[in-house]
Design a binder for this molecule. Structure first.
Ligand code: 7RM
Length: 424
């Protein structure tokens, strides 16, 4: 097709590039290893955002190596990470990691379900994508719409799948594995944070035996540990604080402009280790299971329950698409359990579904975990990176709706009205 060129406004790349003296006009700047590379502000569930600062050499070494080994990148691959570039996942695994490895990488600006819920699969087919990295929130959105959408596309180019951002519910993991990966592709469930710079707990594809819902084992050089409030190591299956004992090249260097806050947030509660803020447990194989943010743990009559496990049990019901669980004030138990649930597109919201869901949690986790209230929601409040904003939901559950706190990172304000209106 002819391009309508406008004199003085449009130029041909091939003509301009030969005329440019790249070696002299655009010289690389030599940086010191510890020079700042970028600052990324974390939304921070409470208080004002923190400027997480990463530096040049360590960060680049770390994202280069994790990208190379966890995504097993090869010359013939076409890699696609669906994240927003403004999120750390976009920084590390769209910009720096793929570029420093010279990978062929697809960039996409858009959402998974527009114009139709097969947008991702259409792009995979058209570009013969071989490595695909996305978030559980996107997978749940697409799974909800039914298998006929991926079924319309040739997904045979895929050879490796990745997940990041939230715990992936086992049911969603199985769907990813069977329906998208067609039982053929390994899945890497990658646990990490803005602060860690790159992936710190993850399987190596096809080398680490997987368990759906576990990010499995630490990357080389990473020494995670799970501890109690008194610093003792936890026993098997006992939930506790996830900390990392030794530094690594990708660890953030400081909170921009606030070294006190850096120390206080990550190194004060447990001196000598990096505190992640997540709760976790290990099983008999030493595999790590992330339980959710420690601040979101619910304490029912002295029993501490992580959000991830409760939500995964709700999601395992055939009618349920997504679930978010929060604590609510309760007279006798201290905290009660309030669950927000979205159902699959064709499912009607019925009272007997509430009873079935309560029964399911009761029989799988135990009577103590039975939700006190279940509310059907049209959608859940999420950040731009797809994380459920449980802090906002906890306020709604408590009936404290006049001040929902900082909702600047919320993607869609309209979601709140439905949630408040239908409060149980
Ligand atoms: C990469 C990113 C960090 C928080 C982290 C966790 C949660 C991220 C996983 C996960 C379970 C995962 N950076 N999280 N990945 N939980 N399994 N694979 O998300 O700074 O935006 O968020 O996200 O709670 O602390 S982040």
């Amino acid at each position: 097709m002819e391009s309508p060129m406008s004199e003085g406004r449009d130029f041909w790349w091939d003509e301009e590039i030969v005329a440019a003296d790249i070696a002299n006009d655009c010289r690389p700047e030599i940086m010191d290893a510890e020079d700042p590379l970028f600052i990324l502000y974390t939304s921070g569930s409470t208080g004002k955002p923190k400027g997480v600062l990463h530096t040049t050499a360590g960060y680049l070494v770390y994202v280069m190596q994790t990208f190379k080994w966890i995504f097993d990148i090869r010359d013939e691959d076409t890699y696609w990470c669906t994240a927003d570039i403004g999120w750390i996942t976009g920084h590390s695994y769209i910009v720096y990691g793929p570029l420093v490895n010279g990978a062929t990488s697809l960039l996409f600006e858009g959402v998974p379900n527009h114009p139709r819920p097969d947008r991702f699969w259409e792009i995979v087919e058209k570009n013969r994508v071989s490595i695909f990295y996305t978030a559980p929130t996107a997978l749940r959105t697409l799974m909800k719409e039914g298998n006929h959408w991926p079924a319309q596309h040739d997904l045979s180019s895929l050879r490796l799948l990745g997940s990041v951002g939230e715990p992936i519910n086992p049911k969603v993991w199985m769907w990813y594995r069977e329906t998208i990966g067609q039982g053929r592709c390994p899945i890497v469930d990658t646990w990490w944070q803005t602060e860690t710079g790159g992936i710190v707990i993850s399987p190596f594809p096809a080398a680490t035996p997987c368990k759906p819902g576990s990010a499995t084992l630490p990357f080389f050089g990473i020494q995670p540990e799970i501890i109690r409030s008194n610093l003792d190591q936890t026993t098997l299956e006992e939930g506790g604080w996830l900390v990392i004992k030794r530094p690594w090249p990708g660890l953030m260097r400081r909170v921009y402009g606030d070294s006190e806050r850096f120390k206080k947030t990550y190194f004060a509660q447990f001196p000598g280790v990096y505190t992640t803020g997540d709760g976790a447990k290990t099983d008999e194989d030493g595999y790590f299971w992330i339980m959710g943010r420690i601040d979101d743990v619910i304490n029912v009559s002295g029993h501490r329950l992580g959000t991830a496990e409760l939500e995964s049990v709700l999601v395992s019901h055939a009618s349920v698409a997504e679930a978010a669980v929060v604590g609510m004030p309760h007279e006798t138990k201290g905290q009660g359990i309030y669950a927000f649930v979205t159902v699959k597109t064709e499912v009607l919201q019925r009272d007997d579904l509430i009873a079935a869901l309560k029964q399911q949690v009761r029989s799988i986790i135990g009577p103590i975990a039975t939700p006190d209230k279940i509310q059907f929601a049209e959608a859940l409040p999420k950040t731009r990176s797809g994380k459920i904003m449980r802090r906002v939901l906890a306020k709604i559950a408590a009936g404290d709706v006049t001040n929902l706190g900082d909702t600047t990172t919320l993607t869609d304000e309209a979601v709140l009205e439905d949630l408040i209106r239908n409060r149980q």
